[in-house]
Design a protein around this ligand. Structure first.
Ligand code: MSP
Length: 645
């Protein structure tokens, strides 16, 4: 069966940053992994070029919109080419074939009765290209997602009957628990759908930079909503809309997205596909966001990490390794040069690089670079078993997108190799005239390096090709089958010398990011308001308020604390690597069961305290009066970990 893997298509209003590189690295790694296993795999990436945001950016730059889009799109494509991203197609939403495919999809949905014409009046955020109901706006004016000013727009619009698909979507999530990965992210989607879906406005009349309506509708006032246009790229890239489209690769096996665009991919996209009578993708993999030195990246702060700059300084493969190893998929991650350098020096240079150098050195000294696996079984069954066990665990980690666990497991192989050298000390064996034993250890390690290189190749293709060359083999599906699946050992060969692959890094190779202002968090409007009230007595500074970290939490587990009248023990998802245990005095007002899957507001930076012998790592916000207690909850479902303030 073939595989189809996609990245989001990137907006062309700015050049690639490290977040874009991360999704692309992940998708490329998975593609290379599938290919290594012999799967026919198609990787799609590209650029998202329509919409008001792009039109406005082009205007600011003084360029024609298409010319502007061409230039930025090319910067993405060139960067992925320079990074040797193994994409099968780079799609642009301004491609004629894509536009035709979008029009075709619109016609199909319209003919089915899933699209109808009406009026839309709402608050529109240009930056997010999204309408928001007034109730969701911050201070009645600002976008709840990005904090920018929204504007009131009333326009005629075509609507997609999203509401019609509510039950079908819920059923799909229930029947396919791995549709959204990591699974911990599914709750927020399910809750959003359960809270009721409104029909979606899918055309605009307020600007013109978009896919035109299909001719059959004879309504050229409208252009397509950018998210309808953009999401459809995943099928137009395979020829959807063309008479002879084979669409062989559809449905996608994995679609990677950042957590901020999960809603579009896990709700709108499947609903569009259902409307088109097409099967749904197998998995939507949502990753977290990258910060720099603990700060959110933004152009205005000047702290955006440019993947090109990092790759030029540290090497693109080191960057790939770092990003995949550093962060559990789905969690937010932090880019700091310190952490990056530590991993280069300890894991790449010490664990892997030195091991290779030792083998080259010892084989040169003891056997004129000749490696023969003939005695490995005899002296090293323990190591071979441990190695095969670790190799056998890898596939599950990759399939579950646990890239950091995959690499961690792979690094066990180098530990086995390094330990075997220490324990068996080939130099002593040589002195004791036990040459066959010494050479068996050298050959064991050469085999470890060979097998590990094959499995590391999806993450570090260039580097592992050099290691394979030194060990006189080529990494491909044949060597994968022979050395990894069939567990065979390398045949007799001569090792080649290679220069050190991972020179140690002694100090940061790039300039450090400018430090952000300490009070960067609240938006400008909030700050003004606070300043205006500053003189009044008893008011606190905004900074004092922000010392309390309030976050949206999702209750994942809840149970009664035995022998306690008041306490419930909850496991709450705050969007962190692990769940938080919160012990709350709410048993008289809520049953444990009724809380599971619901959203709460959590004080997230309280010092942990013990209640009845149990650690509590947070506090829930609640209001209590003579009628009892009620929890404070967000009015609309929000992502776990969303800051409140
Ligand atoms: N054009 C839309 C996607 C349409 S897909 C049919 C879009 N583009 S984007 O350029 O703004 O973002 C592309 C991807 O980059 C998203 O998955 C987003 O989550 C990701 N990232 C943007 N900033 C990021 C970080 N700081 N860290 C990690 N990924 C981030 O959205």
């Amino acid at each position: 069966m073939s595989k189809y893997i996609t990245t989001p298509i990137y907006y062309v209003n700015g050049e690639a940053h490290i977040g874009h590189a991360y999704t692309t690295f992940i998708a490329d790694t998975m593609t290379r992994y599938e290919k290594l296993k012999g799967e026919d795999t198609f990787l799609l990436t590209g650029t998202d070029e329509h919409g008001q945001k792009i039109e406005e950016s082009a205007l600011k730059s003084g360029k024609h919109t298409q010319e502007f889009a061409n230039e930025i799109s090319a910067t993405f494509k060139n960067l992925w080419d320079e990074f040797e991203i193994n994409y099968s197609k780079f799609i642009r939403t301004t491609d004629a074939e894509h536009k035709k495919g979008v029009q075709k999809a619109f016609e199909v949905m319209y003919a089915k009765g899933d699209i109808y014409k009406d009026f839309y009046e709402g608050h529109y955020c240009v930056s997010c290209e999204t309408f928001f109901p007034e109730t969701q706006l911050v201070d009645g004016e600002f976008c709840p997602d990005c904090g920018r000013t929204t504007s009131v727009v009333k326009e005629e619009s075509y609507f997609f009957k999203l509401s019609k698909y509510e039950d079908k979507l819920l059923k799909h999530y229930a029947d396919n628990p791995d549709f959204i990965l990591p699974r911990s992210r599914a709750n927020e989607v399910v809750n959003f759908v359960k809270s009721g879906l409104r029909d979606l406005s899918v055309t605009r009349t307020s600007f013109t930079w978009g896919v035109k309506m299909p001719e059959s509708l004879n309504d050229d006032k409208h252009v397509m909503y950018v998210w309808l246009d953009a999401l459809l790229n995943y099928i137009t890239a395979l020829g959807y809309g063309k008479d002879d489209a084979d669409m062989n690769y559809w449905p996608a096996s994995t679609q990677f997205v950042g957590k901020d665009i999960l809603r579009f991919h896990a709700i709108y996209w499947p609903a569009f596909l259902m409307s088109l009578d097409l099967p749904l993708p197998k998995h939507i993999g949502a990753h977290g966001w990258w910060t720099r030195d603990g700060e959110k990246m933004s152009k205005s702060k000047g702290n955006v990490v440019s993947p090109k700059e990092v790759a030029d300084a540290y090497g693109v493969e080191n960057l790939r390794y770092f990003m995949l190893r550093e962060v559990p998929f789905g969690q937010d991650g932090d880019f700091s040069q310190r952490a990056f350098i530590d991993r280069i020096n300890s894991e790449l240079s010490n664990d892997l690089g030195n091991l290779l150098n030792r083998i080259i050195g010892m084989s040169g000294k003891y056997s004129e670079f000749e490696i023969d696996s003939v005695d490995v079984q005899k002296y090293h069954t323990k190591e071979l078993d441990a190695m095969n066990e670790a190799l056998g665990n890898l596939d599950d980690f990759m399939q579950n997108m646990q890239f950091h666990r995959y690499l961690e497991e792979l690094w066990k192989l180098f530990a086995i190799g390094n330990k075997a050298i220490e324990e068996h000390a080939p130099w002593t064996k040589m002195k004791e005239d036990k040459k066959d034993e010494a050479l068996a250890t050298v050959a064991l390690v050469a085999n470890i390096l060979a097998k590990a290189s094959i499995m590391l190749s999806p993450v570090m293709p260039r580097t592992t090709a050099i290691i394979a060359d030194a060990l006189n083999f080529t990494i491909d599906n044949d060597s994968y089958n022979e050395l990894v699946i069939d567990k065979k050992l390398l045949k007799l060969f001569n090792i080649k010398k290679v220069p050190p692959l991972f020179p140690r890094v002694e100090e940061p190779l790039m300039e450090e990011a400018p430090k952000a202002m300490p009070d960067d968090k609240p938006n400008d409007e909030m700050k003004k308001e606070i300043v205006a009230k500053k003189e009044e007595d008893n008011l606190i500074e905004i900074g004092q308020f922000f010392e309390t970290s309030l976050k949206i939490g999702v209750v994942v587990e809840a149970e009664e604390v035995p022998k306690s009248k008041k306490l419930l023990k909850l496991q709450v998802d705050l969007g962190e690597e692990s769940l938080r245990q919160v012990v709350a005095g709410i048993k008289e007002f809520y049953s444990a069961e009724s809380l599971i899957g619901t959203q709460v507001c959590v004080v997230a930076n309280l010092k942990p305290a013990k209640l009845m012998g149990m650690m509590s790592e947070g506090m829930l916000l609640a209001a209590k009066d003579e009628d009892g207690l009620c929890l404070v909850r967000p009015e609309k479902s929000k992502k776990a970990g969303t800051p409140i303030g």
